[in-house]
Design a protein around this ligand. Structure first.
Ligand SMILES: Cc1cc2nc3c(=O)[nH]c(=O)nc-3n(C[C@H](O)[C@H](O)[C@H](O)COP(=O)(O)OP(=O)(O)OC[C@H]3O[C@@H](n4cnc5c(N)ncnc54)[C@H](O)[C@@H]3O)c2cc1C
Length: 401
């Protein structure tokens, strides 16, 4: 009989185990992981650098106000202090994104592992949990492991190769909790248009997601990366959570620094200066050549059209296509490639100060398994750490009382 068992040795499970043990060294804490190694996803985060929190993270950064108590209790600064207390120093970039000072995600996992081992957390790998039930005053998992408190930290169903395959949802459902509809989030969009010629081109743009009737449902600003299948980059990933079906359009304002009039003036000046110049060459002064090529195509003009051939209406049309470059979204790249899951176990069924279940006393859920999500920039890991620490401490303290 363990005092506390934690299912899933990812971001939130690891800090839950550490925090429980730090609260009371005498408790037996078991951390169970399906994969042969713990924390595999942490290594993949932030392109291998692990953007572990964001100093600007606040309740409003998330899809639900339910995180507010825990976010106030474990602010980004507190998370940075937590990591410092286990031997990991961090630095913030000029967008307030926090990374380990070593600039490598492996340091984050190493420090967590060393701390867990040092505190005496028992780690069991290669063990997938497929069942959980509550007996009188304890839990039984996989019909053999018994524990007094159970923390489920299995993540969502995004990026299955990193271990989170959605198997936490049926476990928590079997204990009486509800799960909302699930969608892939922070994911690339597939589009109808052929973007193969633009593969690899990056622009800073304003991205807007609209229903067919023109109603805007989401927007973001930042890097957009053209890919052979469609659109990627931070601005696209951030609006992807709102794609529910293939019934929407993604409009890019490719030149947010310029008004439509600025673009018209730019092209008119170029025409006066060098009327023999092709439009494609003129566009090189403000956008990557391949983007200029796309705009010319979208405006229905000849690719080799020269500036002297352009009527004022053509110039206006080009400016409009650049400021409102429209793509038909056919879907997303799916859970396999998604960074997070949108939706999850209903957080309102938990005590929002402790993350203990209101339905099954002694049960806790943490991290992405819950219906909590946020845009790119360290916010999802911030929630994973904050929720994991909260559950770990509460589970330990309730056994210590
Ligand atoms: C490629 C990529 C890059 C990312 N980069 C960032 C970033 O830079 N910053 C950021 O804030 N967020 C980032 N995220 C999101 C972030 O990693 C997750 O939100 C976070 O890891 C969620 O933590 P978690 O503890 O809830 O789940 P996870 O970290 O997914 O951990 C769940 C663990 O549980 C194990 N498990 C699952 N089911 C079972 C079971 N039935 N039995 C036993 N074990 C089980 C899994 O193998 C896994 O180890 C990224 C995600 C991806 C995929």
């Amino acid at each position: 009989m363990y005092d506390i068992a934690i299912i899933g040795a990812g971001a939130s499970g690891l800090v839950a185990a550490i925090s429980a043990k730090k609260s009371n060294r005498n408790l037996s804490v078991l951390l169970i992981e399906a994969l042969p190694k713990i924390g595999k996803k942490i290594l993949a985060t932030g392109n291998g650098r692990c953007n572990l929190t964001n100093l600007n993270a606040q309740t409003q950064s998330y899809n639900t106000k339910a995180v507010s108590y825990i976010m106030n209790n474990y602010s980004p600064e507190k998370i940075v202090d937590f990591f410092s207390s286990i031997g990991l120093e961090c630095v913030a970039d000029d967008e307030s994104r926090v990374y380990p000072m070593s600039n490598t995600a492996a340091s984050v996992l190493d420090c967590l592992r060393f701390e867990a081992e040092n505190l005496g957390v028992e780690i069991m790998t290669d063990t997938k949990i497929t069942s959980a039930s509550k007996k009188n005053d304890y839990f039984e998992i996989n019909n053999k492991i018994k524990c007094r408190k159970l923390i489920v930290s299995t993540g969502g169903k995004a990026s299955t190769a990193q271990g989170s395959d959605g198997s936490g949802y049926p476990l928590v459902k079997s204990l009486g909790h509800s799960v909302t509809a699930l969608y892939p989030g922070l994911i690339q969009l597939t589009v109808k248009e052929n973007l193969k010629p633009l593969k690899g081109v990056r622009v800073k743009a304003k991205a807007s997601l609209k229903l067919r009737n023109g109603k805007e449902i989401d927007r973001s600003e930042g890097e957009v990366l053209f890919a052979d299948y469609g659109l990627s980059g931070i601005a696209i990933m951030d609006i992807s959570r709102s794609v529910r079906d293939n019934n929407c359009k993604c409009t890019l304002n490719i030149l947010p620094e310029f008004t439509q009039k600025d673009v018209v003036n730019f092209l008119s000046r170029a025409k006066k200066r060098n009327p023999e110049l092709t439009l494609e060459d003129a566009f090189c002064g403000i956008v990557p050549r391949k983007v200029g090529y796309l705009i010319i195509k979208n405006a229905g003009l000849r690719q080799d059209v020269t500036l002297k051939e352009l009527k004022n209406s053509d110039i206006n049309l080009c400016a409009d296509k650049l400021k409102n470059c429209e793509f038909t979204v056919t879907g997303t790249r799916g859970f396999e490639s998604a960074q997070i899951t949108v939706g999850g176990v209903c957080i309102d069924e938990f005590n929002l100060k402790t993350l203990e279940s209101k339905i099954v006393p002694g049960l806790y859920c943490t991290g992405e398994l819950l219906d909590v999500d946020a845009p790119c920039g360290g916010l999802n890991l911030q929630w994973a750490w904050a929720s994991g620490i909260t559950a770990g401490i509460d589970a330990a303290q309730s056994l210590t009382k």
